[in-house]
Design a protein around this ligand. Sequence first.
Ligand SMILES: Nc1ncnc2c1ncn2[C@@H]1O[C@H](COP(=O)(O)OP(=O)(O)O)[C@@H](O)[C@H]1O
Ligand SMILES: [Mg+2]
Ligand SMILES: [Zn+2]
Length: 477
Amino acid sequence: MQNYPYIITISSEKGGVGKTTLATNLAIYLKAMREDLPVTVFSFDNHFTIDRMFELKDLNESGDVHDMLMGATASEVVHTGQYGVGYIPSSNELADIHERFKGPMTLTRMLAESGLSGIVIIDTRPDLNILTQNALYAADRVLIPVKDMPSLENCRNIFALFDKRGIDKKSLALLPCLIDERIKFDGVFRDQKTLLRAFAANRGYRCLDTFISKSPKVESLNTNPDGRIYPILTHARGTDVHGQFTELTRDILRIFDATSESRACLYYSWLLEKEGKKKESYLVRLEGLAERCPICGTSLTEQPEGRGFYYETSDLAARGFLHATCLTDMLCETLYGITQDSQAFSAARLVIAEKARTSVTVFTSRALNNETLLDYRQFNTTGQQLFQKDVGLAGFSEGVLDVNHGRLFLLLNEALAGYEGRLRSGVWLAVHPVDPSDPEAVLQEESYRAILKLKQEIGTALAFSTASAPVVTQAQA
Ligand SMILES: Nc1ncnc2c1ncn2[C@@H]1O[C@H](COP(=O)(O)OP(=O)(O)O)[C@@H](O)[C@H]1O
Ligand SMILES: [Mg+2]
Ligand SMILES: [Zn+2]
């Protein structure tokens, strides 16, 4: 677990229950009791308590919580703080981040990839906004300070969030805070903490054995002439709260030591596995490729140069690469009737090549008055149709190698012909431009997803415009 942090989130929808006091002092106690354990603390609130408590002047470090949420690596925005605690400075500008922060697992991913280790403590705002939710879902442990019945009632929403995502609620625990031990009740519930514990148990919430007393000394640590906030460890040693923090910290360290893989660590393995799966599907896609260029018949393993297009039939029965020149020559001769002896051949060829390089070329068959036509179209990369043309297939079904259609017939035979020498009905062939310096890149997860999306749009466009279903043609070549 060396390179992954163990996350403790302090959360409560109620303000003034002692969250920030707990987060900051817990960091100090952890560090004091385990010197070699890296401890980092940050807050999603904008009261700058953390900064006032831990800041060391003139260290020339930069970055804050806002930067981290915008994608900066967490370990790079951690500042060296007082008492050996690392802290990420607070920010006033988190309000606008809620919009961007859609996924509830974003922070988990950021922390998993942060390179931070040891324990990270997250102090949250008194609400359940998307940042708090992220902090809750990232946590190995969630401590929920409760001081009275309203704050106890509020816990329901945190538990409900965990139910919603099907996350184990074992990590959630209530911690009675600001307990005034002078208050005693008659009857079974002797005092505030016993009462809170009983109510928590009644609602199925786990409550820690430890609690934190209310202490005027602790309260006074916030208000000092120099504007600093002093820690309980150094400035309130004589209080019960000091003993309670010691006990709480010991309990947390015990569970931390017993954890072999933190959530960040598990999440990271899961991310790796997902990456691995992506790579696997890429390899599978590479496997089914045709060995030869269907137009010139050259082996592409022997001569991989010059590949400029990737073709794929809608039923995935035929897939492979085409030479850029082979496709361009075919388009020139068949679709535009331009041959090498035509005037302006090279100029026209350039235009046709450029067009093919920037669009997706689609071939399918279509019946018209008992005749089978080739329906040729071009789409742009967002799936809009740019061009359509019907081309007669005279001679194709008879297997005649028409000089004008030679290349086209070769391509159709390789890609669209079925087992019985017929064009497979309802199937189309799409030819996508690829980066000639790295043709296989088109089969990588991200680029291939674009092809799949285009495929859907092309399918819709074809279904929409062909009133009659594509027809079967004999091909005996
Ligand atoms: N154990 C305690 N005894 C007395 N006062 C406390 C104690 N813990 C926190 N406080 C005070 O209660 C107020 C709210 O605490 P704070 O930690 O800021 O809560 P939250 O973060 O939940 O709003 C602060 O003025 C703080 O000094
Ligand atoms: Mg607070
Ligand atoms: Zn070729």
